[in-house]
Design a protein around this ligand. Structure first.
Ligand SMILES: [Fe+2]
Length: 252
């Protein structure tokens, strides 16, 4: 059982995944709010999710990510996903209240699209830092070495993956608990091409709104500069929390 991921590990991994967002720092708890009021015209409407503040000033990632892009990206685009996610959840609440599920397919898709957009943008802000750009360390570095043959290979694959996303999407470094592996994924839009149970650790937004003002059509240049502000510290903490400390099997 030493060389394979045991059922106990899988259950632990999936349990961590379900707990990850609100409790173990995979995202800031400020992204999630279960009660409250948002719309003055609908005083009973719930605000399920809230926009987290940027963890640094708009100009903190200059010259690699310009302040105008960062401001519009956070205050308009990310805010829009949160607003639409809350609206979709309210529509589903209405459907339950009135027993009318005629539009449930549309609103459920809206939850997936906007919910994934909210989650990935929240993680994107944490994937960059004014003090970023260093190399990964500790357990995450060891796992990158094991799964990709070193950080240089990781960077090459991640860059190629992010650069080749069709249309709008993301480059994603994720931990996949079933195989106990790090994997690099593409996300088209926000929600397509994911693997169930794989938890994103670090993401690079390659929607044009993330880079077009500064880089125009030079997506590859933006991705290469993303590595100058990449925040391995946060990714390492997330990995450590997900992976936990390996304990010897007791047989019980
Ligand atoms: Fe974005």
């Amino acid at each position: 059982m030493d060389d394979h991921f045991s059922r106990r590990d899988l259950i632990k991994g999936l349990a961590l995944f379900s707990l990850a967002i609100p409790t173990v720092g995979l995202l800031s708890t400020s992204c999630v709010q279960t009660t409250g009021r948002e719309d003055k015209n609908t005083t009973e409407a719930h605000t399920y999710y809230t926009l987290p503040p940027l963890p640094y000033p708009y100009n903190a990632l200059e010259p690699y990510i310009d302040s105008e892009t960062l401001k519009i990206h956070h205050d308009k685009h990310h805010a829009g996903y949160v607003k639409k996610l809350n609206n979709a959840l309210r529509k589903l609440e209405e459907a339950r209240n009135y027993g009318n599920y005629a539009e449930v397919k549309f609103w459920t898709k809206e939850v997936s699209y906007n919910g994934s957009g909210h989650l990935l943008h929240s993680l994107y802000w944490e994937s960059m830092s004014p003090n970023g750009g260093r190399e990964p360390r500790g357990q995450l570095k060891e796992k990158i070495d094991e799964n990709f043959g070193g950080i240089s290979n990781f960077k090459k694959q991640f860059t190629a993956v992010a650069n080749s996303v069709e249309g709008s999407g993301w480059g994603v470094l994720a931990y996949e608990p079933l195989g106990d592996k790090l994997i690099i994924l593409q996300a088209e839009k926000h929600q397509d091409l994911a693997i169930w149970g794989a938890v994103p650790l670090l993401v690079c937004d390659v929607w044009e709104h993330a880079y077009y003002l500064k880089y125009q059509n030079r997506r590859i240049e933006y991705i290469k500069n993303f590595f100058n502000v990449i925040n391995w510290e946060t990714a390492s903490k997330k990995y450590k929390l997900l992976r936990g400390e390996k304990k010897p099997e007791t047989g019980t």
